[in-house]
Design a protein around this ligand. Structure first.
Ligand code: GFB
Length: 321
């Protein structure tokens, strides 16, 4: 589709946000409301199990949304992925195929599919351009999730090529922010560190043990920046190739622990548990394609960690999930 043909979402359009209660989905709803979109459709998991095709078919036949943000997914950190490879593949593959397929069947104008930077090869050139997809083997710790996400972005591409749809995909780097998952074992690293340093500070513990060697490098994007990028792409991008969304900046896990300890106010010792996996050594995104389209992130890491810690402290139930 030529750039000139891209039209912005109409303010009165019906927009379905799949996964609206999660960290990404809730950020997208916040961004849509802030931009004046009022006709937003959502369903809780209890109201609509996206893994059940007949139910998804009924939902789309009934609601017929104009636009879909597919933020629903089974997500988790390195240990959650490693311990449930089959579940991560089945749940993510099933729900995304159901939503994308039924969106197409009901004539949905445009859909944005959210993937993850873990779709790129373990030893991809750094920073990783969108073109390095499927050029060598994946990181084993999250291979199942990566394969599910690659299938989703490829299904959007194939629908576009076979049926002329306008379904796009975005590949965010590691995300964090309000409404994150703080589960001690299943969460991603940044929320895990916020919770661990906070609890150590409150309990007056002298040390905190973190996973792995601390040497891997990671990039982190504040979730409200991602949501802003999703609206930007829905309104300004059409194309079969996915688009990376990140800051283009990285730091070691060790540097991250020092930053989180500083924000939380933990002053004890940081130790490392080498029996836990490091995962992929680096996965810095090449964000030049999105930059050329005209978008850049806003929230710097230290400010984002401070906002996330505020959210964690103001919502004690976050630690219960
Ligand atoms: O965020 P994380 O769990 O996943 O781990 P990935 C990042 C790094 O943080 C690893 C270290 O090197 C961990 O060893 N780490 C240190 C910790 N302490 C902790 C801790 O307490 N908890 C956790 N979770 N990590 C994920 C994929 O990979 O990236 C997901 O598994 C998704 O599927 C996500 O793609 C974006 O960054 O390694």
């Amino acid at each position: 589709m030529e750039k000139g043909q891209i039209t912005e979402m109409e303010k009165e359009a019906k927009i379905y946000v799949a996964g609206h209660r999660g960290m990404v989905g809730s950020a997208i709803v916040r961004a849509l409301l802030k931009e004046g979109y009022q006709n937003i459709v959502t369903r809780t998991h209890k109201e609509l199990n996206l893994c059940r095709q007949a139910d998804v078919e009924d939902f789309f036949a009934q609601e017929r949304p104009d636009y879909v943000f597919l933020a629903a997914a089974k997500v988790g950190g390195i240990m959650a992925n490693q311990e449930a490879l089959a579940d991560f593949m089945y749940d993510n593959m099933t729900l995304e195929m159901n939503v994308i397929h039924e969106a197409w069947k009901c004539g949905c104008k445009k859909l944005l599919f959210l993937g993850s930077s873990c779709i790129y090869p373990r030893m991809a050139p750094q920073p990783m351009p969108e073109s390095c997809l499927l050029t060598s083997e994946l990181e084993k710790t999250n291979e199942a999730y990566a394969l599910a996400k690659i299938s989703g972005l490829k299904y959007c591409e194939f629908l576009n090529r076979q049926y002329g749809t306008d379904y796009i995909s975005a590949m965010p780097t590691n995300l964090y922010g309000p409404n994150d998952n703080y589960h001690p074992l299943h969460s991603h690293v940044l929320p895990a560190l916020i919770r661990r340093f906070h609890e150590a500070k409150v309990e007056g513990a002298g040390e905190v043990v973190c996973w792995g060697s601390g040497t891997p490098l990671r990039e982190f994007l504040y979730v409200d920046d991602l949501a802003d990028a999703c609206l930007f792409l829905m309104n300004h991008y059409s194309g079969n190739e996915t688009v990376n969304v990140g800051t283009g900046k990285e730091l070691t896990i060790r540097e991250l622990t020092e930053l989180v300890a500083k924000v939380v106010g933990f002053t004890g010792e940081i130790k490392w548990d080498p029996t836990k996996p490091d995962g992929t050594p680096r996965k810095l995104l090449d964000v030049s394609k999105l930059a050329q389209l005209g978008w850049k992130y806003r929230v710097e890491l230290e400010e984002g960690i401070r906002l996330s810690y505020e959210d964690f402290c103001n919502n004690p139930m976050r630690a219960e999930r």
